[in-house]
Design a protein around this ligand. Structure first.
Ligand SMILES: Nc1ncnc2c1ncn2[C@@H]1O[C@H](COP(=O)(O)OP(=O)(O)O)[C@@H](O)[C@H]1O
Ligand SMILES: N[C@@H](CCC(=O)OP(=O)(O)O)C(=O)O
Length: 375
């Protein structure tokens, strides 16, 4: 580990996750921009040649599928987007394979889903295989597994995926490449909007106007990029946001884009998944006393304090924990299936054990599986 503590230490960051968005890989005709892809690969190959390690998180599967499928425009419905991504992903990786090969490097593909960052066993598996791939000198090329993700259970944008991957591989820095040179003090199309070079704490930019609308092809706009930055910096990984054309300069620590300093220490993977699991499978509504106990930070959630449940989750799924006023207080991994809970609610642990036996008196969400929302 050699975490970049400032922009100047970026050249020494040993392991870097670089994410490139659709907007930077798509030409004006909506097809994959091969020149842009090759230019990025050249920069990353230089980094590897200099002794660094790079994990590439790349969008562009849908863009790469448009041409071969003969589609007039980027599809909007989920099934056609998935079909385009399935065809396009293999094209995309083929192009990366060729481009890296010209620099004597090999690539290995990892297609991840939100589920992989939520489920402990899958997280560990992904961690182990990526670690081994890097040790073998191969460049991991990561995208979301669009073929198997549904609307409610997907990242959609690759920004948050990149932040979670940077935690997964214990990166020393995260570089987000897009079509604008960093965060601006207003949406960059607005006259007079200026780049913000350094952000020490995300609270400092709370007043900055950002839009969730991306470019014509991107997903999530600046909102998901800041969400990604929040996850990464809060988990101990500094981030740089700049345009794809500035990738080399950003890695060299030059004054381009926006540098976001670390705000938190490396958290356990477990707490990170719980806090940022892409989707929640349901909600647990609490009474006043339980809400206070949960916010106190040390208590587990017991059936006695839950008034009702929503959703159809299984034991182990992420759920939102909601106060009596409807505000989400925390997220956690629930220890029961949704159908098991109604008869247990509002009842004391003593009652449950006496009537239903050992096991039914367990916590609904154990405190180790519970993370309070900080907004
Ligand atoms: N305050 C802001 N600073 C910089 N960019 C912004 C801001 N608000 C909105 N944006 C928009 O975010 C867009 C990038 O998001 P997106 O299209 O999703 O990119 P990508 O495909 O690279 O993920 C930019 O084109 C920019 O217009
Ligand atoms: N995973 C899909 C879509 C990802 C996407 O558009 O994300 P981004 O460009 O990062 O906002 C793809 O590869 O086309």
């Amino acid at each position: 580990m050699n975490v970049a503590t400032s922009r100047a230490s970026l050249p020494d960051a040993r392991r870097v996750v670089v994410k490139i968005g659709s907007s930077s890989l798509t030409g004006p005709d909506g097809h994959l921009d091969l020149a842009a892809l090759r230019a990025l690969v050249e920069v990353l190959a230089e980094r590897v040649a200099a002794g660094g390690q790079v994990v590439l998180v790349t969008s562009g599967a849908i863009s790469a599928g448009i041409g071969p499928l003969g589609l007039a425009a980027r599809p909007r419905d989920l099934a056609t987007m998935q079909a385009a991504a399935m065809l396009g992903q293999s094209q995309l990786v083929a192009r990366y394979t060729e481009a890296f090969a010209t620099h004597g490097l090999q690539v290995g593909q990892a297609l991840l889903t939100a589920e992989d960052t939520v489920r402990r066993r899958r997280y560990r598996n992904a961690q182990r295989s990526l670690e081994r791939l890097l040790a073998l000198g191969v460049v991991p090329v990561v995208n979301e597994n669009d073929a198997v993700t549904t609307d409610e259970l997907k990242f959609g944008d690759n920004d948050r995926l990149a932040a979670l991957v940077s935690h997964l591989v214990r990166a020393d820095a995260l570089v987000l490449l897009t079509d604008v040179d960093g965060l601006h003090d207003a949406p960059p199309a607005r006259p007079g909007a200026r780049r913000i070079p350094h952000v020490a704490d995300l609270a400092d930019i709370a007043g900055v106007e950002v839009t969730g609308r991306g470019s014509a092809v991107g997903t999530g706009g600046m909102v998901t990029k800041l969400e990604s930055v929040r996850i990464a910096t809060g988990a101990g990984v500094p981030a740089v946001l700049t345009s794809a054309g500035n990738a080399r300069a950003a890695l060299a620590g030059d004054d381009v884009g926006t540098f976001f300093a670390v705000t938190g220490r490396r958290t356990s993977a477990r707490r990170l998944w719980i806090a940022h699991a892409a989707g929640s499978r349901g909600r647990l509504h609490l009474d006043e006393g339980a809400a206070r106990a949960v916010l106190g930070g040390r208590a587990s959630l017991l059936a006695a304090g839950v008034t009702h449940v929503e959703g159809s989750f299984d034991a182990g799924d992420p759920v939102e924990i909601v106060g009596p006023d409807g505000v989400v207080l925390a997220r956690g991994l629930v220890a029961f299936d949704a159908v098991e809970l109604p008869p247990l609610l509002g009842r004391s642990t003593y009652d449950l054990r006496a009537e239903l036996g050992e096991g039914y008196d367990r916590e609904v969400v154990h405190r180790d599986d519970l993370v309070i929302e900080h907004r």
